[in-house]
Design a protein around this ligand. Structure first.
Ligand code: MG
Ligand code: MG
Length: 280
């Protein structure tokens, strides 16, 4: 008998992951509604924390060793793992928010990017909004590929393909290589790794029971990053802006369902001709 937990979950376990996914989505909605110039990332963190607590859940980020916050808030050249605090948002900032909830022992994990309006710098806003739109599109392309993929490697190929074909003429966007998506379930981070780019290994089989947190991290310039002195924040070396989008997605007998989207991913998947199916 293997002591290793299977990466494939039972139908009952998949059903248990619906509520933490919805709580995670609600926490991110609460943050999204608050974003405005002058609001601090610490205030956004408090809003997410209050929502998760009110729903009877726990912040799974707070259970990560050494991390005390409910969200990660990454601004401009910060791509992921930014620590919320006193920083006030400014017009034109591109902000990625990542959060997750644990409910009855099961986890959700999701992220989105938002560009703060700036009438004085329309070209900066447009450049950053395009980055966010392409990153989100690559996430949906990856999720859509799950509906028909035989192996996990097809997801990363779909994500990379989308980014390469939608990058601006000024240069192909960079895809972070050192940070990847993951399985999710009893723990926020489980096997397998979900790459956001093509790899030679086809990876594990895609079949009912697989639950993945897919999370492309994309930058305007070069993908090389460093960790800031705070020990967490991942920023681009060339200083160009980054975007991070993430959803937790289940493969089940009837198809796929995006756990961290209230519509199961229907809107995001529609352009790809994929209809999510509720977990029964
Ligand atoms: Mg996350
Ligand atoms: Mg994640």
């Amino acid at each position: 008998m293997s002591l290793r937990r299977s990466i494939y979950k039972s139908p009952a376990q998949l059903r248990a992951m619906v509520e933490p996914g919805l709580i995670t989505a609600a926490a991110l909605d609460a943050v999204r509604e608050m974003i405005a110039p002058g609001v601090t990332t610490g205030e956004l963190d408090a809003a997410a924390s209050a929502l998760i607590t009110a729903r009877g859940a726990k912040s799974n980020f707070q259970m990560v060793r050494g991390y005390r916050h409910t969200i990660c808030a990454s601004v401009n050249e910060q791509v992921v793992h930014g620590i919320p605090g006193d920083r006030a948002l400014e017009p034109g900032d591109i902000l990625s928010i990542d959060a997750g909830a644990e409910y009855k022992g099961w986890n959700g994990d999701s992220a989105f990017t938002f560009v703060v309006p700036d009438p004085a710098r329309p070209e900066v806003v447009a450049e950053r909004q395009h980055l966010s739109d392409v990153t989100a599109g690559s996430l949906w392309a990856g999720i859509a590929s799950l509906a028909t993929a035989k192996h996990l490697g097809e997801i990363g190929a779909a994500i990379q393909e989308h980014i390469e074909t939608h990058s601006p003429e000024t240069g192909t966007y960079g895809i972070l290589r050192e940070y990847v998506g993951h399985g999710i379930g009893r723990k926020m981070h489980e096997s397998p790794s979900v790459f956001n780019y093509r790899v030679s290994d086809p990876g594990p089989e895609v079949r009912p029971g697989l639950v993945l947190a897919i999370e492309p991290m994309v930058v305007i310039g070069d993908q090389a990053t460093y960790v800031e002195d705070d020990g967490w924040t991942v920023s681009t070396i060339d200083g160009t802006a980054g975007s991070h989008w993430e959803h937790s997605v289940a493969v089940h007998d009837g198809g796929i369902w995006v756990l961290t989207a209230p519509d199961g991913g229907a809107a995001g998947l529609a352009p790809f001709g994929v209809t999510p199916q509720e977990i029964s």
